[in-house]
Design a protein around this ligand. Structure first.
Ligand SMILES: [Zn+2]
Length: 396
């Protein structure tokens, strides 16, 4: 359908839409958006920077969400739904789920359905509100046009064609999940230690040169250093976390890879083939037994996790055939491996937090960029769910 097919007013100067689209499309450029976020992610950035919807839109989203949940409830998977509210009625459609195999995100279907509804309504849609819900905020990064840009473009188009206002609400910030997550991949435990020890970027670079001279990783940039430092200073040093990895590894022993490599170090010390075999067997059994400590998922800070491993190693009983020297070697190797694993997991949790924070800022800044000039036809924001109504959707 084209604007000329209906007699709906076209209130916007075409230039406005073009200007908006060209401004927001720069967000798709990795370097631009990363720089923008890092600039804003400075010491003065509010910890809870977020864009929320107007009270009225928030209330409407909550009501519609409750209606949707009544009809079976889409659960916790990523999903979208849409609603067109005219003066006469509310038409809802969805929930829709992504079909990643076909490169289709849930928002794509919500957009198509909305478009059909609006086309059916035609001139009667004038003055209506369109609500599009997506559990995770629309993506800013994919091979085809990212959902965020697609939705803004559609909102402009619908406003011009039908005179409707579009509200986009989400439960958690998704931002750039995907490619830009790699921004923090170099933040490993050694990096964290050096950042924690340093007052500024210069002393951090020195600490890196001293503590990790052979490391494969170069020092972090000043901006990234600042982001990590702020996160550590804000209390992440004593962070309580679970040793259970977020994604369950198919090989249960894989988190003890370091135990195995420690044992092989001992082996290089000139033990006989027999002795080495026996040690490896004991180390395997020990790692297997310690697996329970990992899968318990107990929340503790790093020091407590390390101590738990030490206690386990001290109390662990070997089979009667294992002599004392070999037992001590295996215990030592285990403690080293356990510590590596706990430190690795700690760094992983910090990386997850950095990524979440980064993506929250991206979504926030993008929404601000759109909304500051174009309140007329679009609003994008996180939905404020009341306490306890949707606990599983909270991202922090
Ligand atoms: Zn998407």
């Amino acid at each position: 359908m084209h604007a000329g097919d209906t007699d709906v007013r076209v209130p916007e100067e075409p230039g406005d839409a073009d200007a908006l689209l060209s401004r927001i499309s720069s967000w798709v450029d990795t370097r631009y958006s990363v720089r923008k976020v890092l600039e804003h992610w400075g010491p003065d950035a509010a910890r809870d920077a977020d864009t929320f919807l107007s009270d009225r839109a928030n209330r409407r989203f909550l009501e519609l969400h409750a209606d949707m949940a009544e009809e079976g409830g889409p659960g916790e998977r990523q999903h979208s739904w849409a609603a067109v509210e005219t003066r006469r009625e509310v038409v809802m459609c969805g929930p829709y789920y992504p079909d990643y195999g076909r490169g289709e995100h849930s928002e794509d279907r919500a957009v198509r359905q909305t478009e059909e509804l609006l086309a059916t309504e035609g001139v009667r849609a004038l003055g209506s509100d369109v609500f599009i819900f997506t559990r995770s905020s629309p993506c800013l990064d994919r091979d085809t046009q990212p959902c965020m840009l697609h939705l803004v473009e559609k909102a402009l188009e619908w406003h011009a064609l039908y005179g409707v206002r579009t509200h986009i609400g989400y439960a958690r910030s998704w931002g750039f999940k995907g490619n830009k997550e790699a921004l923090f991949r170099e933040v490993d435990f050694q990096q964290l230690e050096c950042v924690g020890l340093s007052h500024d970027h210069d002393s951090y670079v020195e600490a890196m040169a001293k503590n990790c001279p052979e490391g494969n990783l170069g020092p972090l940039s000043k901006d990234l250093f600042g982001a990590v430092k702020r996160m550590l200073d804000a209390g992440s040093k004593g962070l309580r976390f679970s040793l259970k990895p977020a994604t369950q590894e198919p090989n249960r022993k894989s988190c003890f890879k370091s135990v195995e490599s420690c044992v092989s170090e001992c082996e290089e010390g000139g033990a006989s083939e027999e002795e080495r075999k026996a040690e490896t067997k004991e180390a395997d059994a020990m790692a297997e037994a310690a697996q329970e400590l990992v899968s318990e998922g107990t929340l503790q800070n790093l020091r407590e996790h390390v101590e738990r491993g030490l206690t386990f190693a001290r109390d662990y009983g070997f089979s009667s055939q294992t002599d004392e020297t070999a037992g001590a070697e295996v215990r030592q190797a285990f403690v080293r491996g356990w510590r590596d694993m706990a430190e690795g997991r700690y760094a992983e949790v910090i990386r997850e937090r950095l990524t979440d924070d980064f993506n929250r800022h991206v979504t926030h800044l993008f929404s601000q960029d759109v909304v500051k000039l174009d309140k007329e036809y679009i609003q994008i924001g996180r939905i404020r769910f009341s306490e306890g109504s949707l606990p599983s959707l909270e991202d922090r």
